[in-house]
Design a protein around this ligand. Sequence first.
Ligand code: SF4
Ligand code: SF4
Length: 269
Amino acid sequence: MKIAVISGKGGVGKSSISTSLAKLFSKEFSIVALDCDVDAPNFNLMFDVKDKKLLEVIYRELYKINENCVKCGKCLDICQFDAIEDFKINPILCEGCGACELICEFNAIEPVKHESGYIYEGFIGFPLIWGELEIGESGSGKIIEHIKRHAKKYKAEIELIDGPPGVGCPLISTVKDVDLALCIVEPTKSSVNDCLRLIETLNFFDVEYLVVENKKGMNAINYPFKIFHSIPFDFDVPKLIANKILLCDSNSRVSEAIKELYEKLKEFI
Ligand code: SF4
Ligand code: SF4
């Protein structure tokens, strides 16, 4: 079963809940954890992974101008991304569309491979696979596809995915083949609005979901959707996270609530 823990925006406690769920699941099931929040992976930090193994380098195709260039300027005109300046291609702005290569009559533009991200593996009592996108790079959806491919080798009963925040391409890559999405929301107007957009996206892709409220009691709010489970607000949570203590391992009511969530989730397996 593939379960993705996602949120409409960052900072609502998605990763602190997913790391605890991974640990709880690992006690009763074979599990592989996937950190698909490739812009800011933190699963490996929470579990303090020491020996990480590089599984794959992800490349994207870029272009460069070579010495055949006669400076006719045609490539500058065709580039929709203003990536060519002084007859040099800026790798940050280049989207790799290849239009410049097609327009150049002098074979002065050639493709080059550019490292855009990495996929790692570590063992934290169970396997963890995560991706890291290079700073300034795009293409998180592609990296997520590769993380999922690597996870398949474990044939685990549970694939627990820490997804990216938001509703863009990385989210769609994350949820498109999951069995269940857990949408984490906190009692703030902006989080509720983001969660509504998330639900709209999940409905569009026909993904089954449950909404989990985190930080219950922080604010009074009426949710326009059904809450499956609530985890209370607790001032000690930031301290626990800073000390790399998983919430499920703490001696707190948050821990109890996460364990209750885990028990309720087991009914879906
Ligand atoms: S189209 Fe080719 S020859 Fe013309 S400026 Fe660009 S690289 Fe140089
Ligand atoms: S590949 Fe596309 S985006 Fe990159 S420089 Fe050429 S035209 Fe511009």
